[in-house]
Write a new protein. Structure first.
Length: 344
């Protein structure tokens, strides 16, 4: 039986060539990768290209355009969608699609490449081939990402949990080790660890009502809020005045214990959180995973007006806040699970 797969090209290394010691975008989409069909599958491809960029140049507007583009596809006539993307911001775009396309009824799998496809050492063909094997073999709804680390099987990640590529070893991993599964010799093997959703959980979560609403918003141009100040987890820091800055919210990335500086002294984060609270700017500290006896700093920060974000990947928390504030002024439902983004 012939299966129908739509490939969305967006540029990235998978759509680049190396010439004169420099890697840059090719003049056309890498259509030759469509020959990488897994054994045992008959695939009819269609393709499109909403934009062509190096993924490090991605903006929130690209997320909006990509979500709209995918929402416009005829999902009833497709078995899967593959998004060929750059590796630098793959994890970020994946999360944007989780929130923008909640309830997606078919598998949408993002793939990338560590080298241009003309390089024989490129993992792009394996990522593409194994993404198709997973998508057509499992037929699971939702957003996923496929990437083969050196000397490993191709991993399949839930898009909400994949971490940005590690700058030190160029490997992709899932938060808390919760890789969804892997593909070897064209066969998907689910990672049987606690916290990974089952097939029935994934199918049940992809509700028709969510998809109708998500698709409507995506076609209208779902918006991601840019006015969020994201502060790294570090001692001390510099905290600007927010008057007339257009800042809609502050996210203080937490230390591993779900804490941040709670000292209310002048120039410290606790005092900054108080100022934001008085100005009506919500302050979130997270991701947070507090034990049975949270540190005193948690209570002090709460008194300063800070709220604590859920246990999830850092990038997921940033994107979720941008998506929620793009829909309205409230972060009241930040702890509601979407696309299996929560880790506890």
């Amino acid at each position: 039986m012939t299966r129908r797969v739509h490939v969305v090209f967006t540029g990235g290394t998978i759509g680049s060539v190396a010439t004169d010691g420099r890697t840059g975008l090719d003049d056309a989409p890498p259509r030759h990768i469509l020959s990488c069909v897994p054994s045992g599958h008959q695939v009819e491809f269609s393709e499109s290209e909403p934009f062509r960029i190096l993924s490090e140049d991605a903006t929130l507007e690209h997320w909006t355009r990509l979500a709209r583009h995918i929402a416009q596809l005829d999902f009833a006539g497709l078995d899967a969608v593959i998004v060929a993307h750059g590796s630098d911001t793959l994890a970020w775009t994946a999360k944007a699609l989780v929130y923008a396309l909640a309830g997606c009824p078919k598998p949408v799998v993002l793939v990338a490449s560590d080298r241009p496809l003309t390089d024989k050492e490129s993992n792009g063909p394996d990522n593409f081939r194994d993404a198709i094997s997973f998508a057509l073999g499992e037929n699971l709804p939702g957003i996923f990402a496929a990437w083969k680390n050196p000397d490993e099987d191709t991993a399949i990640h839930l898009a909400s949990r994949i971490l940005p590529c590690d700058i030190h070893d160029d490997k992709f991993r899932s938060a808390n080790g919760l890789t969804f599964g892997s593909v070897r010799d064209g066969e998907f093997r689910r990672n049987p660890v606690e916290g990974n959703p089952s097939r029935s959980h994934l199918v049940k979560a992809a509700t028709a009502s969510d998809w109708i609403e998500s698709r409507r918003r995506a076609l209208e141009g779902c918006r991601f809020e840019s006015g969020i100040l994201v502060l790294p987890a570090q001692p001390a820091g510099w905290f600007p005045r927010l008057e007339d800055s257009g800042c809609k919210a502050v996210l203080q990335i937490a230390y591993h214990s779900g804490t941040a500086c709670s000292d209310p002294g002048a120039g410290l984060f606790g005092e900054f959180a108080q100022r934001c609270h008085l100005q009506g700017v919500p302050v979130v500290v997270g991701p947070s995973r507090h034990g049975s006896a949270p540190y005193e700093s948690v209570e002090r920060l709460s008194r300063c007006g800070a709220v604590f974000g859920p246990s999830m990947a850092e990038a997921a928390l940033v994107v979720k806040m941008r998506w929620m504030l793009g829909r309205g002024p409230s972060l009241d439902r930040l702890n509601d699970p979407i696309g299996f983004d929560l880790l506890t």
